[in-house]
Design a binder for this molecule. Structure first.
Ligand code: AAO
Length: 484
């Protein structure tokens, strides 16, 4: 389950947080396909409870596995999956399978199913009280998780009071597998598994063992879904470790964004990035999905940890450029909507009960409250850089012993970054074939034109770089796919 099921030559996914299926279908066709994205992580597609003012977090409270949400119904979902697959963009569904709604309260979900969190009744599945962990499995005083040093409590009690499914039961495993198989048969390429830390690895393996192969007309025969599990392991003393999950699927790497934020915030000198990756104590590169921020930590949920977000665009772009230029991990780009940081619950741009369309401006950026980091030039051009250099190692590392760094990827690409307090003027060995290259940070390469800076690489592979540290984009990136 650890192999990303991308179409050939594509290596990054984007989380289109809270987008409607109809908008994602269009985005695959008009942008993600042509610009080389592998796929999209979608918000949970299954029925959720309805909370006043429609905060985004209601989608993490399942009511049933019927495929109707504010993003659209099953018909729209299928249309999106088909249209994205047709342009070689895969869909990865956010699978919320650890729990149902908050325990307590009642109502009707987004597909109209009744639910009761007091009696633990979810007839839309159906699940009843027998399908949830009780005092037999969970020994905390109020059934909630308090002690992250106790693995049993973390996995058998309630995460923020959410009704905790008893995944040890075959019936519960079957219902969850039936839901995931429904999505597989509709054509998804895999799953993000929400709150995986709160489920026993053995229970997850038992569910994954029930999964169908992906649709062969799209993915070929005998291909398993790509699965990455949300396990927050900051390397501290908590009982649960990411490595318990990496023997059977990938995990989301939260240390990655926290450490890079420390570097780009000048807490750790950038020169130390020369051996970024496993040497920093992180998991094997083939076991992780990496990202600068996610929908939780960009708003202080699930451990903010001082990560960089679109609210600090200069540093955010630099950190993202580094992530995409460096070979470590499978990369995920966050695509946000704007929100007031005093209200971290605020849902996506909406019009009464419906989510608003994403609007696209003539400069490729989004409007209408949608941030669309994945459409920022520096980011989408580095997604293409990553596709071009894939398979090569870091070479020709250079640093000024402080915050100016540069490195190449084999003989295919080279990046120079200046986070220091002075101008960078350097002639560096790029490892690239001679030629005139287009800097894809300051502009776009539109064959045969370059709207950005031009960099000349000589017959000896060397090139001169000058970068003003106070520029909005103090970096230069060149690759063989953007050579005049
Ligand atoms: C809402 C309300 C609750 C209410 C509940 C039920 O906020 O008050 O009780 O409904 O009615 C999202 C929201 C939740 C929301 C939920 C349901 O974030 O606020 O609850 O929807 O609507 C833990 C989990 C992790 C989880 C994260 C939020 O391990 O799986 O909490 N993330 C996922 C989703 C998330 C979603 C859910 C799960 C639930 O991505 O969007 O919740 O489906 C430590 C632990 C982490 C733990 C954090 C936060 O982290 O290690 O495992 O995450 O604490 O509790 C430093 C440390 C780091 C620490 C961090 C935070 O960084 O190094 O280890 O600080 O303290």
């Amino acid at each position: 389950f650890s192999n990303p099921t991308c179409a050939p030559g594509r290596h990054s996914i984007v989380h289109l947080f809270e987008w409607k299926w109809s908008d994602i279908a269009q985005e695959c066709e008009r942008f993600l396909g042509p610009y080389g994205y592998c796929g999209v992580q979608i918000s949970p597609p299954n029925e959720n409870c309805v909370i006043t003012n429609r905060p985004w977090r209601e989608r993490y409270q399942p009511v049933s596995y019927k495929l109707t949400t504010r993003s659209g119904d099953e018909h729209r979902l299928k249309d999106m999956i088909d249209r994205c697959n047709r342009v070689n963009v895969r869909i990865y569904a956010d699978a919320v399978i650890n729990h149902m709604t908050g325990a307590g309260g009642s109502g009707h979900g987004t597909a109209g199913s009744p639910w009761n969190g007091q009696t633990l009744s979810y007839p839309g599945v159906p699940f009843s009280g027998w399908d949830f962990n009780s005092g037999n499995e969970c020994h905390s005083s109020d059934m909630n998780i308090h002690n992250y040093n106790d693995a049993n409590e973390v996995r058998n009690c309630r995460l923020v009071n959410l009704a905790d499914l008893k995944l040890g039961k075959d019936y519960v495993r079957d219902k969850i597998a039936e839901y995931l198989n429904h999505l597989i048969d509709l054509g998804v390429g895999g799953f993000r598994v929400d709150a995986a830390k709160h489920m026993w690895p053995g229970d997850l393996r038992a569910i994954f063992a029930r999964l169908h192969n992906l649709k062969s007309d799209v993915f070929g025969s005998n291909v398993k879904p790509f699965i990455y599990q949300e396990v927050i392991d900051m390397g501290g003393n908590e009982a649960i470790k990411a490595h318990e999950y990496t023997t059977f699927a990938r995990v989301t790497d939260f240390i990655f964004g926290m450490k890079l934020a420390q570097v780009f915030r000048h807490k750790i000198a950038a020169k130390w990035l020369y051996n970024w990756g496993e040497s920093w104590g992180q998991p094997n590169t083939n076991n992780v999905v990496v990202f600068i921020d996610n929908h939780d930590n960009q708003r202080g949920h699930g451990g903010g940890g001082g990560v960089l977000t679109h609210f600090e665009p200069k540093l955010y772009k630099l950190a993202t450029e580094f992530m995409l230029a460096h070979p470590y991990g499978f990369t995920r780009i966050m695509s946000s909507y704007d929100f007031d940081r005093s209200n971290t619950n605020l849902g996506p741009p909406h019009d009464g009960s419906s989510i608003k369309d994403v609007t696209i401006n003539s400069d490729l950026k989004c409007g209408g409250g949608w941030t669309c980091e994945h459409r920022w030039r520096q980011i989408f051009n580095m997604v293409a850089f990553r596709n071009v250099v894939m398979g090569t190692n870091v070479q020709n590392w250079w640093d000024n012993t402080n915050y100016q760094i540069a490195f190449g990827r084999g003989n295919k690409g080279f990046i120079v970054m200046n986070m220091d307090s002075s101008r960078l003027e350097q002639t560096l060995q790029t490892g690239l074939p001679a030629g005139t290259y287009c800097d894809v940070i300051s502009g776009n390469y539109e064959d045969p034109n370059c709207t950005g800076k031009m960099i000349n690489v000589g017959n000896d592979g060397r090139a001169h770089f000058s970068i003003d540290n106070s520029s909005d984009d103090p970096s230069i990136a060149i690759h063989i796919g953007a050579r005049k």
